[in-house]
Design a protein around this ligand. Structure first.
Ligand SMILES: [Zn+2]
Length: 145
């Protein structure tokens, strides 16, 4: 929706940004679409997440594609809700990794971030899951019931 403060968005608001390229690949200017869908770093995240959730490899071209993906991957019920939460957690984690890289000089690998996504989304899902108990092993195998 044009509200994420990427370097391209900040430049449009006449804010001087010292480094304009994507922090993950340093290949092109950082836009929302590049950061979350076009960057090789994001592509690695989506490949790992969809593999974990046993979804055929996806191609996302925009943030909207990512936000709506749970509607079109053949999941239903609690599994669909869990997958949606995982995708939102992944978006948030990519943004956090980007900010950690810029402001704390902390670089994370795709593997580090996927581990973080699994952990954070598990804590979220477990705290909201009302149909019994879900354990870490089931979560890591993407088995909700
Ligand atoms: Zn990039």
């Amino acid at each position: 929706m044009g509200r994420v403060a990427t370097t391209s968005a900040l430049e449009k608001r006449n804010i001087i940004v010292p480094k304009k390229n994507c922090v993950f690949c340093d290949y092109i200017s950082e836009t929302v679409e590049h950061l979350f869908s076009g960057c090789i770093f994001a592509t690695g995240i989506w490949a790992a997440v969809t593999s974990w959730c046993r979804i055929p490899n996806i191609f996302v071209f925009s943030v909207r594609d990512i936000v709506d993906l749970h509607k079109s991957v053949g999941l239903d019920g609690i599994t669909k809700i869990a997958f949606q939460g995982i995708m939102f957690t992944a978006l948030w984690s990519i943004w956090r990794a980007r900010n950690n890289h810029i402001f704390s000089e902390k670089k994370q690998s795709v593997l580090d971030l996927v581990t973080e996504i699994k952990t954070v989304s598990f804590l979220w899902f477990r705290s909201r899951y009302r149909y019994g108990c879900i354990d870490w092993k089931d979560w890591c195998n993407f088995e909700m019931m």
